[in-house]
Design a protein around this ligand. Structure first.
Ligand code: ATP
Length: 249
């Protein structure tokens, strides 16, 4: 199934990137790199620009200035925040998971696809849920189904926006096992998380932002009390009505 070994993810480089909406910068002047095969948590207070950054990395939001570049043309799998996913869409779990195969030749388009979907559902503990409408799933079950879809996407870059929000401890542990597996397969994984303990436990690298980078590096060096305090203060000091960025590009 998806998840063959040594699927080396690319580096993603940010060169003075500013992202925002209607010319209002949400996060600005980010420079640095997600190294090939790295596993990075993006951390910061509410409104810090974490989701905005992920949208930029996913190609769903073009930078207002600066450049985001990935080596080659990697397949990118993106899990938006649960709140952004329409669960009233009338499809069953198996069809949702199968969408992970679309870019590789269609919904059950190839011999073995049905088996791969079954394996992905088993990997997330959802065997037996194939025919259930997605609207009937619990939040945790829905997140498991979305991770099964990610498994099938078999992407070099995996972007996860708050994958553990409103998820119980057991499900969180199962989903983090999949994240570790992707890291073991050397995919480039970036996840927005609020659970600092989980970040320390699972993520070797962390980018701490508060509308700009506060620190980016090894998790233990980034998540210091001083940096976390600085991030909070930077966001509190921010004027949300700021029109354009005053700092020179
Ligand atoms: N579609 C949008 N249109 C206009 N402004 C937006 C839009 N999405 C986000 N913003 C603004 O951009 C800023 C950063 O938002 P973003 O969602 O990236 O933060 P976040 O760090 O992910 O926050 P949270 O932890 O609360 O999810 C906020 O001030 C937010 O109001």
């Amino acid at each position: 199934m998806a998840g063959k070994a040594s699927k080396l993810g690319p580096a993603i480089r940010l060169d003075n990137v500013t992202l925002g909406y209607d010319r209002h910068p949400a996060v600005h002047h980010l420079s640095g790199a997600f190294e090939p095969g790295s596993l990075t948590a993006v951390v910061g207070p509410n409104g810090a620009g974490k989701s905005t950054l992920l949208k930029g990395l996913a190609g769903a939001l073009a930078p207002l200035s600066g450049r985001i570049a990935a080596e080659g043309e990697p397949r990118i799998a993106y899990l938006p925040q649960a709140a952004d996913i329409d669960r009233s869409f009338p499809i069953c779990v198996e069809d949702l998971v199968s969408m992970g195969l679309w870019r590789r030749g269609g919904l059950f388009g190839r011999i073995g696809d049905r088996r791969r979907v079954g394996e992905a559902m088993a990997a997330v503990g959802l065997t037996g849920f194939e025919a259930r409408p997605i609207g009937s799933l619990s939040g945790g079950q829905m997140q498991r189904a979305l991770f099964a879809r990610l498994l099938l996407q078999d992407a070099g870059v995996i972007l996860l926006d708050e994958p553990l929000t409103a998820i119980d401890a057991r499900t969180a542990a199962d989903l983090m096992d999949l994240v570790r597996r992707w890291h073991g397969e050397r995919r480039t994984v970036v996840a927005v998380l609020h659970d600092i303990d989980k970040v320390r436990e699972v993520f070797p690298r962390t980018l701490l932002i508060a509308r700009e980078a506060v620190a980016w590096g090894d998790t233990a060096e980034v998540l210091t009390p001083a940096n976390l305090l600085r991030a909070r203060r930077m966001l509190e000091a921010h004027d949300p009505g700021a029109e354009v960025c005053e700092r020179a590009a």
